[in-house]
Design a protein around this ligand. Structure first.
Ligand code: NAD
Ligand code: MG
Length: 390
C-alpha cells in the first residue's frame, strides 16, 4: 500500500485527489489530511479514508475538529506548525494543494523526507523557487508539477533534450472578463470575477485567472521548475482550454498537450508517474469541438504578464514580493477595498518599492528570509491598498 498525504485536502485540488484515490480503495494508506475552516468536510474525508491524522490550520477550530472525529481513530491537530508536522510524517506521495504562501513551509517539510511531492501550490515556486528545488535535490525528493500547463510541458518533454527546446507556450482561457470592454473592468464585481468559463477551481485561483495573475504566476513557475529562460516563455489566450501547453523544438516542431479541462488528469499523472493509468476524464471529441482558437494576450487588459517579466528580470527574492503583493491585492479586492483593476496597480507599486538593490531582495533564500520578505511586501501592498481605499 502506498502511504499518501494530502495538504489542502478540502479544496478543489484536494477533493479531486481524494476522488482519484477513493476509486482504488485497497491501494492507499492515508497518513494526513489538512484543511482550514471546512471542518465537516475534513473530518468526513479523514474518517472515510481512515487517515492517521486530520489537521486544521486554525487553532480555534481544534475542539470542533475533535468533536467531528469522535468515535473514529483519526487524531486531530491544529495550527500552522501542526500542518508542517503532518507534512513531515513518512509518506510515499504527498499532494501539496494548500493555496498561497502558507503552502511553502509544509511543502519544504515534505521534501525534506525525500519523498514524491505533487506540487499544485504554485505560490511556493513563485516565492521561493530555488529554495524548493534545492531542498528537493539535497534530500533526493521528486517534484511532479500539478498545474495543467506544467504537467503538459513535463509530458511533452519526456524523452526530449531540454537543450533542443526553443520556446514554451502556455495557454490561458482569458478568464471571466476576456471579452469585456477594458473600460468596464474597474466595475467588475467579486461575484463576476469568481466565475470561470471553463474550470471549476478555488475562488482565489479563479479570480487570478480573470486578472491573468494566475498565468503570470505560471510563467514564473515554468521559468523556475524547468530552469527555462524567461524570454522564451510565451502566453497565448486559448478560450477552449484544451491545448494546455506547447513545447517548441529547434527543428520547428511544436508538441502540444491536448485534454479536457479536468485537473484529475494532471493529478492522476503525478500520482501514477512513471506509469500511465486509466483516468476518469472525458475523452475529447475533436470533430464535435471543431475549432481551437489562439490569440496574443492584450497586456493593457492584463498588466500581470508584464509584471511577471519584471519580477523574473529582477531575480533574487523578487518572486516572494510579487507573490505576497498579489495575495494582499487579492485579499483587498475580496474585502471590497480596491477594484479589480487596482489589484495590478497594487502589485506594481509594491514591486517598485522593492527595487533590485534592496538588501532583502539580494539576501540568501532561506525559509526565514522568504517569510520575512513576504511579511514586508504584504505590508507595503496594504499601504498601497489603503492609499486607494481612501
Ligand atoms: P481551494 O481554495 O479550493 O483550496 C485551498 C486549500 O488550502 C483548502 O484545503 C484550504 O483549507 C487550505 N488552506 C487555505 N488557507 C490555508 C492556510 N492558511 N493554511 C493551511 N491551509 C490552508 O484552492 P485550490 O483551487 O484547490 O488550489 C490549491 C492550490 O492549487 C493553489 O496553489 C492553486 O494555485 C493550485 N492550483 C489549483 C488548480 C485548480 O484547478 N483548482 C489548478 C492548478 C493549480
Ligand atoms: Mg494552470
Amino acid at each position: 500500500m502506498r502511504r499518501v498525504s494530502i495538504l489542502g485536502a478540502t479544496g478543489s485540488i484536494g477533493q479531486n485527489t481524494i476522488d482519484l484515490i477513493s476509486r482504488d480503495p485497497g491501494a492507499y494508506d492515508v497518513v494526513a489530511l489538512t484543511g482550514a475552516s471546512n471542518i465537516t468536510r475534513l473530518a468526513k474525508d479523514a474518517i472515510a479514508l481512515n487517515a492517521e491524522i486530520a489537521v486544521t490550520a486554525h487553532d480555534h477550530l481544534l475542539d470542533d475538529l475533535r468533536d467531528a472525529l469522535r468515535g473514529s481513530n483519526v487524531k486531530a491537530a491544529a495550527g500552522a506548525a501542526a500542518i508542517t508536522e503532518a507534512a513531515s510524517r513518512p509518506a510515499d506521495w504527498i499532494m501539496s494543494a494548500i493555496v498561497g504562501a502558507a503552502g511553502l513551509a509544509p511543502g519544504l517539510a515534505a521534501l525534506q523526507q525525500g519523498t514524491n511531492l505533487a506540487l499544485a501550490n504554485k505560490e511556493s515556486l513563485v516565492c521561493a523557487g530555488a529554495l524548493v528545488l534545492n531542498t528537493a535535490r539535497d534530500h533526493g525528493a521528486h517534484i511532479m508539477p500539478v498545474d495543467s500547463e506544467h504537467s503538459a510541458i513535463f509530458q511533452a518533454l519526456i524523452g526530449e533534450d531540454i537543450a533542443a527546446v526553443e520556446r514554451i507556450i502556455i495557454t490561458a482561457s482569458g478568464g471571466a472578463f476576456r471579452d469585456w470592454p477594458i473600460e468596464k473592468l474597474a466595475e467588475a464585481t467579486l461575484e463576476q470575477a469568481s466565475q470561470h468559463p471553463n474550470w471549476a477551481m478555488g475562488q482565489r485561483i479563479t479570480i487570478d485567472s480573470a486578472s491573468m495573475f494566475n498565468k503570470a504566476m505560471e510563467v514564473i513557475e515554468t521559468h523556475e521548475y524547468f530552469s527555462f529562460p524567461a524570454d522564451q516563455i510565451e502566453v497565448l489566450v486559448h478560450p477552449q482550454s484544451m491545448v494546455h501547453a506547447l513545447v517548441g523544438f529547434n527543428d520547428g516542431a511544436l508538441m502540444a498537450h491536448v485534454g479536457p479541462p479536468d485537473m484529475r488528469h494532471a493529478i492522476g499523472f503525478a500520482l501514477h508517474h512513471p506509469q500511465r493509468r486509466k483516468l476518469p476524464v472525458e475523452r475529447l471529441d475533436l470533430a464535435a469541438i471543431g475549432t481551437f482558437e489562439f490569440h496574443k494576450p492584450d497586456e493593457t487588459r492584463w498588466p500581470a504578464l508584464r509584471l511577471a517579466r519584471d519580477t523574473m528580470r529582477a531575480g533574487g527574492m523578487m518572486g516572494a514580493v510579487f507573490n505576497a503583493a498579489k495575495e494582499a491585492a487579492l485579499d483587498g479586492f475580496i474585502a471590497g477595498q480596491i477594484n479589480f483593476v487596482q489589484m495590478a496597480e497594487v502589485v506594481e507599486d509594491t514591486l517598485t518599492a522593492f527595487d533590485a538593490s534592496n538588501s532583502h531582495i539580494a539576501a540568501t533564500m532561506t525559509l526565514d528570509n522568504v517569510l520575512q520578505i513576504d511579511h514586508l511586501a504584504r505590508k507595503a501592498a496594504w499601504d498601497a491598498i489603503h492609499k486607494r481605499a481612501g
